[in-house]
Design a protein around this ligand. Structure first.
Ligand code: PEP
Ligand code: MN
Length: 352
């Protein structure tokens, strides 16, 4: 339930409402809206009778929240959340491009790819240090060594870093280096990891589990907000279906539905969705057209030698072409770009 305060409500009125809510055994979460304050009631099991709140000084109205997720819902928070990472804003209506290899393999590999993607117009660099692999015999990532390489990449290129925390035991190490901490599809319901992410001040990129409903996904995001970290970016990365022409099926319909249900930014990862290089560019275009806040794409300068996900990694010149193709599309389909600003230019983003 959401308790909406009058514009004229005083700080004392708000504090009083919070005390009354807490005295009933619930928790109260003040939320600053555009014009007025609202107070969310959390941790209630079952519907709350609004009458005891309605009579309190300063209370305007009470809005029942119909969804199981609260803090991530538009009912609680109607305005879009915008996440700031360095000069980059995610969720403000411009299009954000995250690019890089699946895994950091060496300093030379990471720097080479980072220079390419930066030149083409990427805003953030991605690269796994700790890799979730289906086979225990597959390359598991360089771990801490990769984190040191990622720090160098940021220093040299200025690109903020997105990298995955595979479990809560490595979270401290990862958040020290990462500008955005990724929680992967296989970990979307790793509740220990979600709780750890909720105590971090770093933004979290939360991928959709490969068999997760939108409600399960948003409930996973709710864990992070409930624990105190409001900086969550959602990422659709394909779900398991019966198809065998692609690794997964990109659920583009998730984008408008999530946008309606939640104020959190939503990205699309076409690389893991399809698993095949030839599908990445068309699916990226579709992601822009459907209204995603950005895309995350795997790029490798020698994909045939990549230690993971080479088959879905774009060559640098393909990535460059992709950036050129989506620039005019972003001007058409995204919400806040000013005419004449080139998508893909870090300067353009900084000025929005
Ligand atoms: C990745 O981004 O490299 C990755 C492993 O993604 P996902 O968790 O979506 O499979
Ligand atoms: Mn990958």
């Amino acid at each position: 339930m959401l308790v909406v305060m009058h514009k004229e409500a005083t700080a004392d009125d708000i504090a009083h409402v919070v005390r009354v809510i807490e005295a009933r055994g619930y928790s109260a979460r003040p939320i600053q809206g555009g014009e007025r304050m609202a107070i969310g009631i959390l941790h209630n099991r079952g519907p709350v009778d609004p009458n005891w709140v309605l009579s309190l000084p300063g209370v305007k109205e009470v809005i029942p929240v119909t969804r199981p997720y609260k803090l991530v819902s538009r009912e609680f928070h109607p305005q879009d959340t915008v996440i700031t990472v360095g000069d980059v804003r995610i969720g403000n209506g411009s299009l954000v491009v995250i690019a890089g290899p699946c895994a950091v393999e060496s300093e030379e590999q990471a720097l080479t790819i980072a220079r390419h993607v930066r030149r083409a117009g990427a805003h953030l660099f991605r690269g796994g240090a700790f890799k979730p692999r289906t086979s225990p015999y597959a390359f598991q990532g360089l771990g801490e060594k990769a984190l040191r390489i990622l720090a160098k990449v940021r220093k040299e290129t200025g690109l903020p870093i997105v990298t995955e925390a595979l479990d809560h035991t490595v979270y401290d190490l990862v958040e020290e280096v990462a500008d955005v901490v990724q929680i992967g599809a296989r970990n979307m319901q790793n509740f220990t990891l979600l709780r750890r992410a909720s105590h971090s001040s770093k933004p979290v990129l939360l991928k959709r589990g490969m068999s997760a409903t939108l409600e399960e996904w948003l409930m996973a995001a709710e864990y992070i907000l409930e624990g105190g970290n409001p900086h969550v970016i959602l990422c659709e990365r394909g779900i398991r279906t019966f198809t065998d022409h692609s690794r997964n099926t990109l659920d583009l319909s998730a984008v408008p539905v999530v946008r309606k249900e939640s104020h959190l930014p939503i990205l699309v990862d076409p690389s893991h969705a399809c698993g095949r290089r030839d599908q990445v560019i068309p699916l990226s275009r579709a992601a822009v057209a459907v209204g995603a806040d950005g895309i995350m794409v795997e790029v490798h300068h020698r994909p045939e030698e990549a230690l993971s996900d080479g088959a879905q990694s774009l060559y640098p010149d393909q990535f460059q072409k992709l950036c050129e193709e989506i620039a005019p599309m972003a001007a058409l389909y995204t919400r806040a770009l000013k005419p004449g600003i080139a998508v893909g230019s870090p300067k353009a983003l900084a000025s929005t």
